[in-house]
Design a protein around this ligand. Structure first.
Ligand code: NAD
Length: 386
């Protein structure tokens, strides 16, 4: 691996769509002293040129041309999930460090190929989502580790919307989100699967009910408003996960996830952790100023909810942009030798869970999970207040 110390890391973005424009391109201003947006590429040439003009970025005539550029240190893959494996493999084979948006690949076997390729070449390979690096989830882990609610017995998560077809902020054609290989689990539920596995480690088995509830959609906003979309991915999944540690005390610890594109409004907390001494609740995992609430029963008084103070200091400009924390982490790993936290092994495990959902539902059985990842992770104590 090249010695990067003291140099500005040269990073390229592949895919210039919604998330590039909303999160990654603006994020570069926050790391300008240590990294440079060295170029962009998109298979849609008009979109690439328009993005390049807005952000003063170098463009390439092809993916091969970009990957052949020896000035480039690292790639961030922001293409739709169906392209992830192909683009990821090409980037690693070209010797580039890599951060891929979720999902890591289309199959567990593909993810393994990528992991082996990166390992053989000594490359940093990270996978989104970066939710675990955000301030709210950092705080949540710390409250759990302190035993604030005692022994955790179950976690309930819900991340369900109508999907990008009904989302005012969505500026691209949302069709691919509803097509086979995507759907709410790889798009939304994945944040909760990473959060649960960050907290409790690899799951042992899972079971799900999963299917299509609303087979025809209409894009409500954006460039294809009015377009009819036929849904071919499961759009409604309820899942149970078993986090009990067979080598430990074997105490039951269940995860429960609701992930769908069939919910207009879900006013309850998105995440709740139940322990033998209390409850922690996170109302909105996307809220930049989001807080965590704690319920603690009292022998003397009434049980009460309190809002916990933030434990983790965060730059005002990045607290709300946790998606870009992945790029900052790529920089820290490649340039400063930080220990990778967004590991491809965890992303592969989460992918195995996602892919098992339709199978479990159709076969009517629980599925034993085969993949695993190193746990607990070396989170460190970055930017803490105390
Ligand atoms: N949009 C969001 O809010 C959001 C949030 C978090 C993560 N993500 C992830 O980011 C990725 C991109 O999502 P998006 O919403 O920006 O999609 P998008 O459709 O807006 O953009 C994807 C871009 O990739 C380009 N592309 C397709 N195939 C390509 C190829 N082979 N080579 C180069 N470019 C190619 C397309 O032309 C398009 O411009 C997905 O993996 C998604 O899961 C999106």
């Amino acid at each position: 691996m090249r010695d990067m110390s003291g140099k500005r890391l040269q990073i390229v973005l592949i895919g210039c769509g919604n998330i590039a424009e909303r999160r990654y391109l603006p994020g570069f201003a926050t790391i300008a002293d240590r990294a440079k947006l060295a170029g962009i590429y998109d298979a849609d040439t008009a979109r690439m040129q328009a993005t390049a003009a807005r952000h003063d970025a170098r463009t390439y005539p092809s993916l091969a041309a970009l990957l052949a550029d020896t000035r480039i240190d690292a790639v961030i893959n922001l293409t739709p999930p169906a392209m992830h494996h192909e683009v990821n493999l090409a980037a690693l084979r070209a010797g580039k460090h890599l951060l891929t948006e979720k999902t890591i690949a289309g199959t567990v076997e593909q993810a393994t190929t990528l992991i082996e390729e990166a390992r053989a070449r000594g490359l940093v390979f990270l996978s989104a989502p970066a939710i675990g690096l955000g301030a709210q989830m950092t705080d949540l882990r710390r409250w759990v580790e302190r035993g604030t609610i005692g022994q955790v017995v179950s976690v309930r998560a819900q991340l369900s919307t109508m999907g990008p077809a009904a989302w005012t902020e969505y500026t691209s054609d949302p069709t691919w989100f509803y097509q086979r290989g995507v759907g709410p689990l790889p798009d939304l539920g994945i944040y909760m699967l990473h959060t649960m596995t960050d907290l409790f480690g690899p799951a042992r088995r899972m079971t799900a009910f999963s299917g299509i509830s609303i087979p025809e959609r209409v894009a409500l906003y954006g460039p294809v408003a009015g377009k009819e979309i036929t849904v071919t991915a499961d759009d409604n999944t309820q899942m149970l996960l078993d986090f009990a540690d067979p080598a430990g005390e074997g105490r039951a610890l269940w995860g429960n996830l609701d992930s769908s594109f069939c919910v207009w409004q879900a006013p309850g907390p998105q995440l709740e952790l139940y322990g033998d001494r209390g409850v922690l609740a996170v109302d909105n995992i996307y809220d930049p100023k989001g807080t965590i609430r704690l319920w603690r029963g009292s022998r003397e008084g009434e049980p009460r909810w309190e809002t916990l103070p933030p434990l983790t200091a965060w730059d005002a400009d990045t607290r709300g942009l946790y998606i870009f924390e992945g790029a900052r982490h790529l920089l820290a790993c490649v340039r400063d030798g930080a220990s990778p936290l967004l590991t491809p092994e965890q992303a592969r495990h989460v992918l195995e869970i996602i892919l098992a959902a339709p199978r479990s539902s159709r076969e009517g059985r629980a599925i034993e999970l085969e993949t695993t990842f190193a746990y607990p992770k070396p989170w460190g104590t970055r930017m803490e207040l105390e």
